[in-house]
Structure formats: C-alpha cells, structure tokens
Design a protein around this ligand. Sequence first.
Ligand code: URA
Length: 202
Amino acid sequence: MEKTERLEKIKEEVLNLRESPLYAERIKNKVHPVIGEGDYDADILFVGEAPGRNEAKTGRPFCGAAGKILDELLANAGIPRDHIYITNIVKDRPPFNRDPLPEEIAVYGPFLDRQIDIIQPKVIATLGRYAMQYIMKKFNKESEIVPIGQAHGKAYEAQASYGPITIVSLYHPAVAVYNVHTKETLKEDFNRLSKYYERDRK
Ligand code: URA
C-alpha cells in the first residue's frame, strides 16, 4: 500500500474509534479528531500532546495560540512548515485542555507508532514532556528520561524499525505563549534543530 493510502486508513480508523474515551466528547461537541499534517516524506516529524480547542474545531494540528508560536519558531529556524510532519500522541481533544490520561495515550499511541513507521522520519522532535516520555519509552530510552527542564534542546540517538533516528526534546510551544524567557530558550533549541534539517537536505 502507498504511504497516502496507509495514512488515510489511520484517519478512517480514528474517525470510527468509538471505543476511545474521548469519542463521546467529540460527537457531543461536534468537533474533529486531529490526525496530522505535512509532508509524508518529511525528515523531521514533530509530536505534540493533544489537540486544543482550535485544533478540534478545524481538524488541523497546531493552528491556535501554540501553533502561532510553533510557526514563528520554525520560520526563525529556517524550517518550512510544509517540509515537516506534525501530529500529536492523542488525536482527540481532552475536555478543558486537561493533560492526557494514561488510558488515552494507550488508545491513541499505536496510531502515532504507525504514522512514524509509514513516514520514517530521521528526526523526531518532541514538544513537551508527554511527547518526550512517549517517544523515549518507545525507542528504549526510558532510562535516559530526565525532567523537560534538563532534556530540552538535547538530542538522543536511537534505533527505529527502519533505521537510526535522532530524538530531539523540546519544550511545548504553549509554555511560551505567556513566557518570553521560555520563548528565547525555544528559539535557541529550534535553531539547533535546523542543523538536522540542513543535514537531511544534503
Ligand atoms: N497543543 C498540542 O499539543 N497539539 C496541538 O495540536 C495544539 C496544541
């Protein structure tokens, strides 16, 4: 099956995921799951946490306040948004933007796993501690997990089913909405990420 078909199949499955603890919320609020967006051949895949209000309304990842910051950080680092792929661990919005629950991560995680296997990125950039923890565990780096305050900007070499990958841990852009200091740190960390973008363009 082609990449497009395989990714479309994921979308179909998530749309029909009645067993999800967040499915009833989706129907009640007349909102959408957010599957992911971007280049199916991207070298860099960004993983966020879960859709917020704007994302659930539109079905697009990072299109609200945190998305505005993400766009700024990408532009500043010289990484075009349409050259990357962006998704989340949890594909439906948790009520009141609360943190995702372990059972929600367990339900949606396998879809992210499949997206990674299909897109086969060389770099996985995690946004926030939930994405960092999920990806580090998935790639057998659990023993190297440290608090996000220490992990941000760090790169970890790991092995995916399709080859070597680099995991880059970043703060979640939402923390920079009201915190100028974190925004500067995020800018520096994203600029480090641009080196992987350039490497993979060669
Ligand atoms: N926060 C996330 O983690 N993901 C989004 O898509 C939007 C905000």
